[in-house]
Ligand binder design. Structure first.
Ligand code: AMP
Ligand code: ZN
Ligand code: FE
Ligand code: FE
Length: 286
């Protein structure tokens, strides 16, 4: 079994990179992909543990992008570096988005305070560490009793259309694909079920075609959030467009309860090692 979509505490997961590798070994995984948001820090820290434990570690990243330049709509994008980790300039490029998030956090805390919430940036940063994001603000809001759940914090305050929404710079989806490809990576579209276009096969294909021209390699067919109908749709679209198939749980540890490493939500995943072999073949053939 393999899992190619996981988050460590270097982004918004709860488990340290080394512990993530240990948990992957204990779960019997043959390969683990770490795909932290906008940073490679989790993979960097996990690599020595993976060598020690003899588990194959796949270098990945999940980038938050805008579906089109100037759009408010945010779409995630996975990058996989199957042979070599990305070069320096790609890490430098990622740093832009880490900094845009930090600037946004300063504005966000001011907005939350102006709405009467007694919160300090340091409280979110204490949870976020390397990469403090909105989920960490949400955790503080739950702890202080302003909301009952993380989701309520988003619905009332933090979501893109909620009271405390603050716009931040993000790359466009196409620019993200081009950057991943230029760095030698394989670009895949995660959890496509979240896209409104996925409700209709033709809309999804219309969305994907320009992305393919930009260099999109794959689509995350297998993911904890997908129903059997989603999987069937995305598999058939992948075949039609000759997209590679990727998959993973989107494990975040305690920060996303109900999702287990490898097996997903209620055992809805069991990805064979051959999926990773097929990805390698796709990368070699392009
Ligand atoms: P940030 O990158 O700091 O803007 O935070 C983005 C993260 O917040 C995403 O990866 C999601 O985990 C979470 N998130 C964003 N919007 C929502 C939402 N409407 N409901 C729940 N979680 C969300
Ligand atoms: Zn996340
Ligand atoms: Fe995501
Ligand atoms: Fe993710």
């Amino acid at each position: 079994m393999i899992d190619l979509h996981t988050h460590s505490d270097q982004s918004d997961g709860s488990v340290s990179p080394a512990d993530l590798v240990r948990q992957a070994r204990d779960a019997g995984l043959e390969a683990l992909g770490i795909t932290d948001h906008d940073t490679l820090a989790g993979w960097d820290l996990a690599a020595p543990a993976a060598t020690d434990l003899g588990i194959e570690l796949v270098c990945g990243v999940e980038i938050s992008t805008r579906i089109a330049p100037g759009s408010k709509r945010s779409v995630h994008l996975l990058g996989y570096f199957l042979a070599d980790p990305p070069p320096r300039d790609f890490r430098d490029w990622l740093r832009n988005w880490q900094e845009s998030r930090r600037r946004r956090n300063v504005e966000l805390i001011a907005k939350l305070q102006s709405l009467g919430l007694d919160l300090r940036l340091e409280e979110a940063q204490a949870l976020g560490g390397n990469l403090t994001g909105r989920p960490h603000f949400a955790q503080v809001m739950v702890r202080k009793g302003y909301v009952k759940t993380i989701q309520q914090a988003f619905d009332l305050y933090l979501a893109d259309d909620a009271k405390a929404a603050v716009h931040r710079d993000q790359s466009s989806l196409i620019q993200g694909i081009e950057r991943i490809r230029a760095a030698g990576g394989l670009a895949s579209l995660p959890h496509p079920s979240r896209l409104a276009e996925a409700r209709e096969r033709n809309s999804l294909i219309a969305l994907l075609k320009p992305l393919l021209r930009a260099g999109l390699d794959g689509i995350e067919v297998y993911c904890s959030e997908h129903t059997a109908a989603h999987i069937a749709l995305f598999l058939s679209v992948a075949r039609e467009l000759r997209l590679a198939v990727t998959g993973g749980s989107d494990f975040h540890g305690a920060n996303k309860p109900g999702i287990e490493l490898g097996t997903g939500a209620g055992n809805n995943l069991d990805l064979p090692y051959s999926l990773l072999e097929a990805l390698r073949e796709h990368a070699a053939a392009r």
